[in-house]
Design a binder for this molecule. Structure first.
Ligand code: PAF
Length: 281
């Protein structure tokens, strides 16, 4: 397995694969790899002969410095995991490799980035699109795989690729969950055992929305209330938002009369967890 740190070294390796006729896939990550990331790697493998995993905790997308500082960075374990999983290339740039002195160009996403997560995390998606554009530029992949857990991020990346003619196939991968339903996330590691037990209220609130929908309720506000009640009943949880949205425009819907998405964010102490699920009337 090749481990590279500079964008030039990554591009040179990727170009050689492309010239040799091999398809290249990129799985962008911030490290602290878990089963969810490995599922992305498996999906990438279905689309390409060469799988690159990038590992970079991107300072531009954190709007709270304590969240950035606390983000886990077990690089050696991540590299071992990639090796054991048959990854061809790990790209692990430092902040200076990614943003050298004089760096000043950013990718500004459109209105898709102003709602939901964007409202609660100002500048977050500008940081995401900037780093993803740079990762695409360095890795030159044919295909890139992203998790649906970050549903809005996936929509914004797809939009960026289309708008900027990047010519990369963007593949979304359904969320991998713990046996109790909690979406697997690097942030779960920061929960205390009590908070981890309480966090099951997040998928449970989405399940409540789906159950009420299956029971015939179509009204968005009543479905949201049903989901929110589950979070409000958990003393260690602090509800932030639960919204029912159009999966393409991300605009709120008033009723579920066509496929939609439920998206939520809930706090446990200093840790903010997000989750989402499809809703089919
Ligand atoms: O989803 C993530 O882990 C990050 O937002 C990404 C896409 C790797 C960009 O830093």
């Amino acid at each position: 397995m090749l481990i590279v740190h500079s964008p030039d070294a990554l591009s040179a390796d990727s170009d050689a694969h492309r010239v040799a006729g091999r398809r290249v896939a990129l799985v962008p990550t911030m490290g602290a790899l878990h089963a969810g990331h490995l599922a992305l790697v498996d999906e990438a493998r279905r689309h390409a002969e060469v799988v690159i995993v990038s590992i970079f905790v991107n300072p531009l997308q954190f709007n709270r410095s304590n969240d950035f500082d606390a983000y886990p960075r077990p690089l050696d374990a991540d590299i071992d995991m990639c090796r054991a999983h048959g990854v061809e290339v790990v790209y692990a740039p430092t902040a200076a490799d990614m943003y050298p002195a004089g760096f000043q160009t950013h990718v500004q996403p459109g209105p898709l980035a102003d709602v939901l997560e964007g409202e609660h995390r100002p500048g977050h998606f500008r940081g995401v699109t900037t780093v993803v554009a740079k990762l695409f530029g360095a890795a030159r992949p044919h295909v890139a795989v992203f998790g649906e857990k970050d549903f809005q991020q996936l929509a914004i990346v797809r939009r960026m690729v289309a708008d900027l003619d990047m010519g990369i196939e963007v593949v979304g991968m359904s969320t991998v969950r713990e046996p109790d339903g909690l979406a697997i996330s690097s942030r779960n590691r920061r929960l205390t055992p009590e908070q981890r037990a309480a966090a099951v209220c997040v998928p449970a609130s989405l399940a409540a929305v789906r159950e009420h929908l299956a029971g015939g309720e179509r009204d968005a506000q009543r479905l949201i209330a049903a989901g929110r009640a589950v979070v409000d009943a958990e003393p260690l949880a602090r509800y932030e938002h639960l919204e029912l949205i159009d999966p393409d425009t991300l605009a709120p819907v008033a009723a579920i009369d066509r496929p939609a998405r439920a998206v939520t964010a809930v706090w446990f102490g200093e840790v903010r967890l997000i989750d989402n699920c499809p809703l089919v009337p």
